[in-house]
Design a protein around this ligand. Structure first.
Ligand code: FES
Length: 156
């Protein structure tokens, strides 16, 4: 299976690996297709992602995805990342990763969504702590919508 050069580059030199102590948000997920684990940590201040780090027990594409995604969300306002219709938000979050990595082989299309889900879980926990029920239910819906992206691996 041929992986794009950017996947290999980020796999060999991953950015933002590590843990943030006392993070505002943590997302820890097990990929439903393969069982690989991704943990994503967020430092959030005044609605802005000040820092993002990850740990992964996953494949090269998962590590490359988290490396790219954490780099792209640093300095971004969460409200800007969650702007638009539910479908637009999910498409844009996935595209943040996939437009950078290049065309992935179909058997690896379930890998990038794990990073996005870990991010959404981290945001969900962050807003739950603040009792922001409206945004919490929206993020929950986004996570449900994202589930179909894992299924791309199975399509012929
Ligand atoms: Fe499990 Fe890539 S093979 S996430």
């Amino acid at each position: 299976m041929q992986l794009p050069d950017m996947v290999i580059e980020h796999f060999l030199n991953p950015q933002n690996v590590g843990v943030i102590e006392h993070p505002e948000g943590i997302g820890s997920i097990v990929n439903p297709i393969c069982g690989d684990i991704t943990e994503l940590y967020l430092r959030i201040k005044d609605g802005v992602v000040e820092d993002a780090k990850f740990k992964s027990l996953g494949c090269a594409v998962t590590i490359a995805s988290a490396s790219v995604f954490t780099g792209k969300i640093k300095g971004r306002e969460i409200s800007a990342l969650l702007c638009g219709s539910d479908d637009e938000i999910i498409n844009e979050l996935v595209d943040l990763v996939e437009s950078e990595l290049g065309e992935l082989p179909q058997p690896k299309l379930h890998c990038p969504p794990a990073t996005i889900q870990a991010f959404l879980e981290a945001i969900l926990g962050y807003y739950e702590k603040q009792m922001e029920t409206q945004i919490t239910s929206r993020v929950g819906e986004l996570i449900r919508l994202l589930a179909r992206y894992y299924e791309r691996t199975k399509k012929a």
